[in-house]
Design a protein around this ligand. Structure first.
Ligand SMILES: *[C@@H]1O[C@H](CO)[C@@H](O)[C@H](O)[C@H]1NC(C)=O
Length: 244
């Protein structure tokens, strides 16, 4: 009788220990990931990701933050003029979020360039850029986690509305001021119509069959080798009435 009870007790204790251990490891991993994401985002409001970073910080669990990603193709040889404009707008949005009082560690902005993360494009069965996708903190991306670029254009304001709709920080995000750069390119619809040919279209080398049908979000970066801080600073300086 006592032996049986003892065995049960030992079993329960061991089981608990493993469970707690696993829980602790998960918690540590999560905390490391959040710290890393915060570190990156403090250096540039749009985190640049390659395949490895994408798998670890966006695809893999545990994760308790949302990531909005712009998939893009900024290398000149890709000839994606639209990517450049979308990149600018996405940075306006991400910078605004970064300096807004609503900023939290539950929403991050990132980008994957085709020339740095073609494996991600393959994984997602993605064949055009720019594309914007939301990866929610919980569950799989739904249809509405793919930004309707063709319908809504890619102005920072429209993107902000979409971000608000896909997260629970709606009001705050909506009211966050958008910081615009001085040489702001024409808003979509006002500028020249994006030409089909300008976009990156399916090419044999990066279309895979049967990938998971996930939503996408696109992002891009300045071409200059040390993008980031000065970029943000410029934007803040030209809008002195908006406190970062
Ligand atoms: C996510 O989890 C980490 C680690 O526990 C924590 O530091 C962070 O504040 C959490 N983020 C949110 C938005 O709850």
């Amino acid at each position: 009788m006592f032996g049986k009870l003892y065995n049960t007790l030992v079993f329960v204790l061991l089981f608990c220990h493993d469970l707690c251990d696993c829980q602790k490891k998960k918690e540590t991993l999560l905390s490391e990931k959040v710290t890393q994401m915060m570190d990156w985002t403090s250096k540039r409001s749009v985190i640049r990701m390659n395949g490895e970073k994408f798998r670890r910080f966006v695809k893999a669990h545990p994760r308790n933050y949302s990531v909005f990603i712009m998939f893009t193709a900024l290398q000149p040889q890709r000839q994606c003029g639209v990517c450049r404009q979308a990149d600018e707008e996405f940075h306006v949005l991400a910078n605004s979020w970064h300096y807004s009082s609503a900023f939290t560690n539950r929403i991050f902005f990132a980008s994957v360039d085709f020339d740095e993360g073609s494996d991600v494009f393959q994984m997602l069965n993605m064949n055009s850029a720019p594309t914007f996708l939301h990866f929610p903190s919980k569950g799989k991306p739904r249809r509405s986690d793919t930004y309707e670029l063709q319908v809504k254009g890619f102005s920072a304001e429209q993107l902000a509305r979409w971000v608000a709709d896909r997260t629970d920080v709606q009001e705050k995000t909506r009211h966050a001021p958008l910081l615009h750069p001085p040489d702001h390119s024409p808003a979509p619809g006002q500028g020249p119509e994006p030409q089909e040919e300008e976009c990156l279209h399916a090419k044999e080398d990066f279309v895979l069959e049967g990938g998971p049908d996930m939503g996408f979000l696109g992002a891009a970066f300045p071409m200059d080798p040390s993008p980031g801080i000065h970029h943000f600073v410029n934007r803040v300086i030209v809008t002195p009435n908006i406190s970062p």
